[in-house]
Design a protein around this ligand. Structure first.
Ligand SMILES: C[S@@+](CC[C@H](N)C(=O)[O-])C[C@H]1O[C@@H](n2cnc3c(N)ncnc32)[C@H](O)[C@@H]1O
Length: 242
């Protein structure tokens, strides 16, 4: 966790107050679209029957648990937030999956695994929080074996003008207000942060640039699906055979 405080302090602080109500509010505030995007991501990896999966930015382990339900893989989840991981460990325990899912504190930017260690890597809502998305993608791809697979999900900005207007209205007003109502101050903060952060990210990293970064990281057959009128983006690809 070298240099973590300077590089990741913002994300650690942002997520420190969220774990208690995270799983419930992530669904409510996304109108249950998060569950659909997650299903798409899981199906993109489970179809390849991986034996080992690394789930990066695992948070409260929702994706790791869904991957465990859809595969027979052993899963390692990593995150920089102790608070999110603590909640994740409770959920893994309750799901009876402690024998298959291990949660560890680690940064996506400096994964402590050998090259090619995993059959598959998933990451969710991550790249907006790292200083160098291209280098982070290269590090994620590095730990996948040749011929293995990667899939991701994140929010997106609706491409169609009408939906984008509605999305802007929602993210700038209702989202923070509903966050405050249901989750208190930490959810107000994250609600206010999200809309501008998502738009700023895709202004710098439009989809073609993201796809190019996946390819530069050694991923081939890179595909994507824009979902829920543009509210969510699921991407996938295969690690080039050496
Ligand atoms: C919105 S949550 C998503 C949690 C989970 N993946 C899910 O879909 O329910 C984003 C997570 O990314 C983690 N995160 C942010 N920056 C990170 C980094 N550089 N390395 C690892 N995890 C990071 C945060 O701590 C947080 O738990």
């Amino acid at each position: 966790m070298q240099d973590q405080v300077s590089d990741n302090a913002f994300a650690i602080e942002l997520f420190s107050g969220l774990p208690k109500r995270y799983d419930e509010l992530a669904e409510v505030l996304s109108f249950r679209q998060n569950a659909q995007w997650r299903r798409e991501l899981v199906s993109r990896l489970s179809t390849h029957r991986p034996n080992t999966i690394l789930d990066v930015a695992t948070g409260t382990a929702g994706v790791a648990i869904a991957l465990a339900a859809a595969t027979e893989a052993r899963i390692t989840g990593v995150d920089i937030s102790d608070a999110m991981l603590a909640r994740g460990r409770q959920r893994v325990q309750r799901a009876g999956l402690a024998g298959r899912i291990t949660l560890e504190l680690a940064r996506a930017e400096a994964l402590p695994y050998q090259p090619g260690y995993f059959d598959a890597v998933s990451f969710t809502y991550l790249l907006r929080y790292v200083a160098d998305p291209e280098a982070t993608l290269a590090g994620l791809a590095r730990v996948i074996r040749p011929g293995g697979h990667m899939a991701s999900l994140d929010f997106y900005v609706p491409p169609k003008v009408g939906w984008r207007g509605a999305w802007r209205g929602y993210t700038r007003t209702l989202l923070p207000a509903a966050g405050l109502l249901f989750g208190g101050r930490p959810w107000w903060d994250v609600g206010r942060f999200l809309g501008p952060n998502i738009e700023g990210f895709y202004a710098r990293w439009p989809l073609p640039r993201l796809v190019a970064a996946w390819k530069a990281a050694g991923m081939v057959n890179v595909g994507w699906r824009v979902m829920s009128m543009g509210g969510g983006l699921v991407m996938w690809g295969t690690k080039e055979d050496a």
